[in-house]
Design a binder for this molecule. Structure first.
Ligand SMILES: Nc1nc2c(ncn2[C@@H]2O[C@H](COP(=O)(O)OP(=O)(O)OP(=O)(O)O)[C@@H](O)[C@H]2O)c(=O)[nH]1
Ligand SMILES: [Zn+2]
Length: 348
């Protein structure tokens, strides 16, 4: 990476600027976290890269964070985050693993082939809602698919306001559809299963072979990065791209709010249940069950909603809590499946 970069090139925007006092603006140096190592952070300022030793009295930081340092390169304070991608460490009630900060747009990548999976897209939408990132769904391998419109319709049926673009990741012109989200001052990241074309998209957006794609990896064993081990890239369009194994491996964890936001149709119905603590199992006056029976909500979607809630509870809770939470949700899950079967039998 160039050692000199303007703050704008690094992704700086008004949201961060307004947090600075006049004194800080005049006397502090602003830096963004490029890498998180065990004992230190690698920072980029406008003029240089430098190493910041992690101390006990510092807040936990992650790739993408902004912070202020003094003339002696000592930590002063971190700036408030616009967004935060994180996950709860398995089995722990408190430990939160920070994955990436201040990502504006989360590109959710799915391929237009057997990989296409609405439930997986919903899972990533919940992560985006929880983190505060704007989700944009990218459907790759458009060039290998004959019924792209069918897939677009399936996504719009989830939520008509969702942003979705079908692309051929290998084609520079096709990927221009994403440029609007990749401008100066914007930070983006990609999530999606292995093989959907994330590395290919990164290379096409960067207009150079930054990451090894599937073929290149088959030829040599050096891992994903061909030319670099960096995790922050400035795109020719001016925006910043964050790419770390942690971002790629994001899974549902502690994100009940995000799940409810991604399934707002169902969570809104749940507010109409007769009992405010309705578990949507056998209670009278359950609006969720009523909607399921009436075919207003889709069985696959409802099942996925409860599956994700169950997963995030299991990740977030202690073992004892999670066992009992699991039992209740398993009951509901089974009931939903039975109801679905009944509906099918009765020809719905
Ligand atoms: N025809 C076509 N092939 C694509 C497209 N996108 C990706 N590919 C191919 O799909 C394969 C997998 O792409 P990658 O970019 O390595 O996938 P990835 O998502 O980065 O995979 P991981 O690094 O394992 O997470 C490669 O052979 C790409 O050339 C596309 O839009 N059209
Ligand atoms: Zn209910």
């Amino acid at each position: 990476m160039n050692t000199t970069m303007s703050l704008h090139q690094l992704g700086w925007s008004g949201f961060f600027q307004q947090q600075l006092s006049l004194d800080e603006f005049e006397n502090c140096r602003i830096a963004r976290v490029l890498e998180h190592h065990r004992t230190r952070y690698l920072l980029q300022t406008e003029t240089e890269q430098l190493s910041l030793t992690i101390k006990a009295d510092m807040p936990a930081l992650t790739v993408g964070d902004w912070l202020l340092i003094d003339a002696d390169k000592l930590f002063i304070r971190a700036l408030d985050r616009l967004t935060l991608l994180s996950r709860k460490a398995a089995g722990s009630k408190v430990a939160e693993q920070l994955i990436a900060a201040n990502v504006n747009t989360l590109f959710i990548v799915n391929a237009l082939n057997h990989d296409f999976n609405l439930s997986r897209i919903e899972r990533y939408l919940a992560i985006a809602h929880e983190s505060g990132c704007e989700p944009v769904i990218i459907l790759t391998k458009q060039d290998c698919c004959e019924n792209v419109d069918d897939y677009l319709q399936q996504i719009h049926a989830l939520d008509s306001l969702l942003m979705v673009e079908a692309v051929n990741s290998l084609d520079v012109q096709s990927v221009e559809k994403l440029h609007g989200w990749c401008k100066t001052g914007q930070t983006v990241a990609f999530v999606g299963s292995s093989g959907v074309g994330k590395s290919t998209l990164v290379n096409t957006l960067m207009q150079e072979q930054i990451l090894a794609t599937a073929e290149a990896r088959a030829d040599d064993d050096k891992g994903r990065h061909t030319t670099t081990s960096r995790s922050l890239f400035v795109m020719p369009t001016g925006g910043v791209l964050l790419d770390t194994p942690g971002i790629r491996e994001l899974k549902i964890a502690d994100c009940e709010e995000g799940i409810n936001a991604a399934f707002s149709d169902i969570s809104e119905l749940a507010t109409q249940c007769r009992f405010s603590d309705c578990s949507h199992q056998a209670e009278p006056g359950c609006a969720v069950q009523k909607a399921l029976k009436a075919g207003i909500i889709d069985e696959r979607r409802l099942t996925n909603f409860f599956k994700l809630l169950r997963e995030q509870k299991r990740n977030g809770a202690t073992l004892a809590e999670s066992r009992s939470a699991d039992k209740n949700l398993t009951k509901f899950y089974k009931k939903t499946q039975n109801l679905g079967r009944l509906n099918k039998q009765s020809g719905d």
